[in-house]
Design a protein around this ligand. Structure first.
Ligand code: ATP
Ligand code: MG
Length: 351
């Protein structure tokens, strides 16, 4: 996706719970981008969706939201949606529907630690998880049984996304000389599966992703390895996983970097991208002004990066990293006592 439009129309869908606190924070950061970065002119459109909207209006994703996204927006930011713990008649998740309608087939999740100046003993973590976003488990209504769908088509295009991102991440695509790259070794894609047990579905996943590299010399510069989902080692570059495993390992990886509140994602397709923090609507802390806005702010960065605004994205990442490194203004999930707004203000100042 490389539109370099000067005017960017972004759909904002806060949806439920802390989504309503962190999406406005991300909007503030986008608006505050310095003008010397050729900042695009933003046009924000506020859009409805979510479980609360469903309870009032009987639909979780109004037709109008979808229409505006498709016809007017260059990209969107989604907050979080509450998932009822039991089956609610007529309800289905609006973000799952959005991924389907806009064909956002890969969920790109960078999990990166920022070592605070106060905590020098921590081990740095920098992993990119690519989660297949369109298939995997579908539950039946009346019996305890789940169908699992894995197709060659979906697995291959998600695999391709992983190899492409491995090239981009390491500076190979940009022709950055080896000695100036962040990683001195070859980039690596790790395929996650459990094909020793689920030989048919995970076997197809594994074969399909492998074939992406095996059939394209462009990826000769990327190493490929495999890992069983229940024996994940420590050192990773890019990890590519079927939908459900991708969700579980990224929640686990979030624990390694301090909090779910700092892990962003982008739902990426060939023609559209929706930034979305990995966390949920966090009903336990909603409305208390203590949600960590960093995951949403980094998701706004990812959104810009995938639309083609790399400089702007980088300046957002750096501003967030500065605030985390200094470690003085943090929300409670990271051991601080600052509010959502105070963290946002600190990031704006750094920007
Ligand atoms: P949902 O049904 O929306 O998935 P959940 O209860 O699973 O809700 P999550 O949002 O996934 O909630 O959060 C899991 C835990 O992590 C909660 O205790 C929540 O408070 C915490 N958490 C999640 N996001 C943040 C955030 N941005 N800042 C601070 N804490 C967070
Ligand atoms: Mg959850």
């Amino acid at each position: 996706l490389t539109t370099q439009a000067k005017k960017l129309t972004i759909g904002l869908i806060p949806a439920d719970g802390i989504g309503r606190e962190v999406i406005p924070a991300a909007q503030q950061v986008l608006e505050a981008l310095p003008t010397e970065l050729d900042k695009p002119r933003f046009n924000f459109i506020h859009l409805d969706a979510g479980f609360e909207y469903f309870q009032k209006h009987g639909t979780a994703l109004p037709e109008k939201t979808l229409e505006i996204l498709k016809n007017e927006c260059d990209g969107a930011l989604f907050g979080a949606v509450s998932s009822p713990s039991h089956k609610v008649a007529g309800y289905s998740s609006p973000i799952v529907a959005l991924r389907k309608h806009l064909d956002l087939y890969a969920n790109v999740r960078p999990v990166k630690s920022v070592i605070s100046d106060k905590d020098i003993n921590q081990k740095p973590i920098d992993i990119l998880i690519i989660r297949e976003n369109t298939e995997c488990l579908a539950t039946g209504l009346k019996i305890a049984w789940a169908d699992r769908k894995i197709s060659e088509y979906a697995s291959k295009r998600c695999g391709k996304m992983a190899f492409e991102m491995a090239l981009g991440r390491n500076g190979i695509r940009q022709n950055i000389p080896m000695n100036q790259r962040i990683w001195k070794s070859k980039p690596k894609v790790t395929i996650v599966h459990k094909s020793n047990v689920l030989s048919i579905t995970d076997g197809l996943w594994r074969e399909s992703v492998r074939s992406v590299k095996e059939n394209n010399h462009k990826y000769d510069e990327v190493d490929m390895e495999e890992q069983l989902v229940d024996s994940m080692p420590q050192a990773f570059d890019v990890v590519v996983a079927p939908n459900l495993y991708g969700d579980i390992i990224s929640d686990g990886a979030a624990a390694l970097v301090g909090s779910l509140g700092v892990v962003p994602s982008a739902n990426v397709g060939d023609t559209f991208v929706v930034g979305e923090p990995v966390h949920g609507s966090a009903p336990d802390i909603a409305g208390q002004n203590k949600a960590n806005p960093i995951a949403a702010i980094r998701s706004a960065g990812l959104l810009l990066e995938h639309i083609g605004y790399h400089k702007q994205a980088l300046s957002i990442y750096n501003a967030v990293d500065n605030v985390m490194r200094e470690g003085n203004v943090l929300t409670p999930d990271l051991g601080g006592s600052s509010t959502t707004q105070q963290v946002t203000q600190a990031i704006l100042k750094s920007l």
